[in-house]
Structures are given as C-alpha cells and as structure tokens.
Design a protein around this ligand. Structure first.
Ligand code: SAH
Length: 236
C-alpha cells in the first residue's frame, strides 16, 4: 500500500509540490518517510502522481492513471442524525464512492449543527479518500433545509431517490438496474424518519420513493446500504 497525501493543485509548481508545514510533519513524523521515499500525491479533483519527498517540497515523478472512482456521480442527501453520527456517514460513504455530501435539516432533525462540524466532516472525508485510494476528495456542502433543496433546479436532470422506511415502495435495486443517467442523488431521513409532507413534496418535484429492504435501518446505516447498492449495480 502506498502512502497518500491530498494536495491543492496550486501547490504544484514546475514539477515540484511546495509542502505546507503540516504536510511535511505528516509525511516525516506521522508516516516516517525519509528523503527520497515515494508517496502518492492527489490533487483531490481527479489527478494523482507518484512523488518523491525532498526537503520542504516533493518532486512529481509520473502520473498515475488507474481509476477507483464510480462510473456515476453520486450526491448523498442525509438528514443530519444526532450527535456525531454524521461522521460515520461521511467516512463510510467516502469509502463507498460518494462525490457530493449534502447534509440537510429536516422537519425531525433535532439540532442545527455548529459551524465547526463542517471543517471536521471535510477533514474526515479527506482522510477517508486517501485511505480508500480514491482520485477525488468528495465535496461536503453546508447544511441547508431539505425543503429548500426541493426548490432548486440544479438537480432537475439528476436521477433522484428518496429512501422511505415504510410504505411498500419498490426496492432501489430495481431502479438502478435500468439507470441511464450519469448523476444519481439519494436522500435518506433522520432517526424519526421523513415526515409525510417531506416525502410528498419530494415526489412532487420528481423524486422516486424507494425501499432499501424489509428491515428498518438506522439513519447511519441507510446511506451506507444505499451506496453499496449503487456500487454493486454500477461497477460490473
Ligand atoms: N423511525 C422511522 C425510521 C427512520 S430510519 C420509522 O420507524 O419509520 C431513518 C431513515 O433511514 C429513513 O428516513 C429512511 O430514509 C432510511 N431507511 C431506513 N430503513 C429503510 C428501508 N428499509 N428502506 C428505505 N429507507 C430506509
């Protein structure tokens, strides 16, 4: 396994990566790399290279063109669960291939998250993307009201699903088999579930209500299951 480091594209100048002091610390103290050791540098937006560590910089060797990304862009809308439970959602779903995380406040969300949470989620996502050997670091958007998102037109061309725990709707897998779009959006609710009004409003703007199986999954488990189904359907 190769060590991976996410860098910003602007850190690259003439085949050299200008390392920040925290990146130097991470490579030398945490990973214990020495001058001349190799690691994988990824710019977070699709490119990665073999790089060789130097003094305060690293030298780019050759680009790496394997792809570990899903063939579709997946946006995950998650009604924020209690406490720090969203940490687990962003970590696991980054491993599973999500491109965009959109946390939302729903009718039954208890608390608005504090602003420092966003930084924390972004850090977790970066670590998980490195760990999972992805080429991109997923984006974590600021939390917004779910009902507000339903008024946005940017998702009109996206295949949109809302997961509902009850109600005898068809399984997500049935739809994924016949999926034709490059963009998929999946929304999962909070511990108390979506309200009837939220589901109705979502359906009215084009969301397809779907099941993830016959058991009631926790708010943290549901997005992980949904993503596993997408990966299984799209990757073979
Ligand atoms: N307390 C609610 C369930 C909430 S589960 C109840 O008893 O009805 C939290 C969220 O996970 C739900 O809003 C839904 O989006 C998703 N979910 C859980 N189990 C599911 C299932 N079997 N099918 C589809 N979605 C599910």
């Amino acid at each position: 396994m190769a060590y991976r480091l996410v860098i910003k594209p602007e850190q690259i100048q003439q085949q050299q990566i200008q390392l920040t002091s925290s990146q130097q610390h991470y490579l030398r103290r945490v990973l214990r790399l020495k001058d001349g050791d190799r690691f994988v540098a990824m710019d977070g937006v699709g490119k990665s290279w073999w790089a060789k560590i130097g003094n305060t910089s690293a030298c780019l060797l050759e680009p790496i063109d394997i792809s570990t990304e899903l063939p579709v862009t997946v946006t995950l809308i998650t009604a924020l669960p209690k406490g720090n439970a969203y940490d687990e959602v962003v970590r696991c779903c980054t491993e599973l291939g999500v491109s965009i995380f959109q946390p939302v406040i729903s009718d039954r969300t208890l608390l608005k998250p504090s602003p420092h949470k966003l930084e924390r989620w972004r850090r977790i996502v970066t670590e998980a993307a490195e760990q999972a050997e992805r080429q991109i670091v997923p984006i974590v958007l600021e939390p917004v009201l779910f009902t507000e998102i339903l008024t946005w037109e940017i998702y009109d061309e996206t295949e949109r699903y809302i997961c509902v725990a009850r109600g005898g709707v068809a399984h997500l897998s049935n739809y994924l088999q016949h999926s034709v779009r490059n963009n998929i959006l999946i929304a999962t609710g909070p511990e108390g579930g979506w309200t009837k009004e939220e589901v109705e409003k979502a359906i009215a703007v084009g969301y397809q209500p779907v099941s993830l199986g016959n058991r009631i999954l926790r708010a943290v488990t549901a997005p992980i299951v949904a993503l596993s189904l997408v990966a299984a359907a799209m990757e073979n």
